[in-house]
Every structure is written in C-alpha cells, then in structure tokens.
Ligand binder design. Sequence first.
Ligand code: TXA
Ligand code: MG
Length: 308
Amino acid sequence: MKKTQLLDTSATGLETAADLLADGALVAFPTETVYGLGGDARNPQAVARIFEAKGRPSFNPLIVHVPNMAAAERIAVFDDTARALADAFWPGPFTMVLPLAPDHGIASLVTAELDTVAVRVPAHPVAQALLAAFGGPLAAPSANPSGQISPTTAAHVLSGLGGRIAAIVDGGACAVGLESTIVGGAPLALLRPGGVPVAGIEAITGPLAPPDAQITAPGQLASHYAPQGHVRLNATQAREGEVMLGFGLMECDVNLSETADLAQAAARLFDALHVLDATGRDIAVAPIPEHGLGQAINDRLRRAAAPR
Ligand code: TXA
Ligand code: MG
C-alpha cells in the first residue's frame, strides 16, 4: 500500500478525508475516547478493509458513528429507555447496541450478521466535522492492530497502522482516553465499561443486568490492549527488570495521575502503556480504585495482563 497521508483538521484536510472515505478507503480520525479507524458503513468493501487492516477476527462487529439522533434513528430502533440514555449521554463516550431499523443500509459485515447494531454519536468536534463532510455513517473500531494497545494520538495510529490505511486526521490527543461504555440487550446489560461511569447510566435505567454471555460484546476477548512485555497488576513497587506504572504519589517511571484523579488516569492510560511498551520491559502497575472510571481502567489493565 501507499504511504499513509497525515491530514490536518482544516476544511481542506477534512474534505480530502471525506473524499477518501467516499472512495471506500480508510481514514483514522480522533474521537473524545480513542482514535477510530473509519470506513463507509454502507460499503462492504470498505468494511472488509477495516478488518483486514486491523487483522481483526471478522466475527467481531463494529460500532457505527453518526452525527446526531436523527441519523441514529435511520439505522437503529429506540425504545423509551434508549431514548432517555441518548438524551443523557449523546454526543459522548457512550454506545448502545439496538435492533437494526428497516432499510438501515448498513453492510452486514459491520454487524457480523447480527440483527442488532452498535451506535454512537461522538462529541469530538473533528469527528463531528468529518461526519458532516462525509455525509454518511462511519464504521469505526479503535485504530490499532487487533489485540494491541488502543491509540489516543495520531502518532500511535501511525506506528500501528502506517502503510495499511489511506490517511489519518490529526486532531491531537483524545481527552477521555478510554473507549465508550457499551450497553445493550433486554434486560439492559453493561457490555463494556468505558468513558461514561456505570453509576450515571444506572441513575436512569436502574441496575444494569450482568453481561449476557450470548450478547456480550464479542470484542471483549480476554487478551487485548497487550504490550510486548508481561503486565503485573496491583504492584506496590517495580521488581528487577520491570518498569513501573504509578497512580498517586509514588516512585515510578510513568504516573497515571500524581493526584490520584481517575479522569486524568483514564486520559493518560493508553499513552503510558505505549511509552512503557517501547522500553521492551515487563510492566508493573500500581493498584487503581475500582469505582467510577476506575472500573473501565481496571478492565483494560486486566486484559493487558491476561495470558495470551
Ligand atoms: O470509544 C469507542 O467506542 C471507539 C471509538 C473509535 O468510537 N470504538 C471502539 O470500537 O472501541 P471497537 O470496535 O474497538 O469496539 C466495539 C465493541 C466490540 O467489543 C464489539 O464486539 C462490540 O462493540 N459490538 C459491536 N456491535 C455489537 C453488537 N451488535 N452486539 C454486541 N456487541 C457489539
Ligand atoms: Mg478496540
């Protein structure tokens, strides 16, 4: 493949990106969670290229990104609860798995032939501007090779997928830093913890059901976000040969948040893993409290540490 183009967020950059997408090419773009690898969700070839570029198992369905509720309703069916959640959390780091609407136009590879679709309205102004310039729904998984650390900067995307995708729109670092929270199913279940803490969702829906094995996000493979070295969790200090990822005031190589702020830790997590991964050493990780965004941070860390 040709060299991957780096585009800026000017009108010209976004028009180039939109033209590439209309041709069925792949363009990575920033969202407030992580960089997404975008392709036209209605074009089977474009969607197939996403799986190919990521080396992703094709049974794993993708999230469809749309600019607003009107566009969301063209592809998915909303009940009252889904509508209330959309009102509360869109645009934002939140995804719902809903029944496909009639005449949705989404390529069947996107949903892995399921009769449901994952939908998200991102808040990032560049994601919104790109959706407007393109004028259609974008299928976009995180823009990293399957199983590896998610990208929160254009440089992360370039190092993982450079040469395998047409372009990257560089919109700086992602503010949330963790993927969206995913809910779906009836009774409504938490399919993936993420950028919206569960307590906020349950304030609207009541207690969420534990994930149903049948509909659990198939992408929730045990090993994911994996650095090259071994990852050891709940470490109080580094052992010989390890680099240390800290939280709160402590001695370490990279600190997620000196003030033990979970939002700051979430925003820094993937970049910290990329930096420590580049040392080639094993990684020891300080304990992170399991509340609020800590639940999603610990979910990612457990997968990074899982046997592979
Ligand atoms: O923050 C995010 O959600 C990012 C940005 C780019 O928007 N995207 C992202 O996509 O994390 P991805 O493809 O890495 O994760 C999508 C998750 C997977 O676990 C997948 O299995 C699940 O959503 N999923 C998608 N469609 C589904 C469906 N119909 N039923 C159940 N799970 C679904
Ligand atoms: Mg991912």
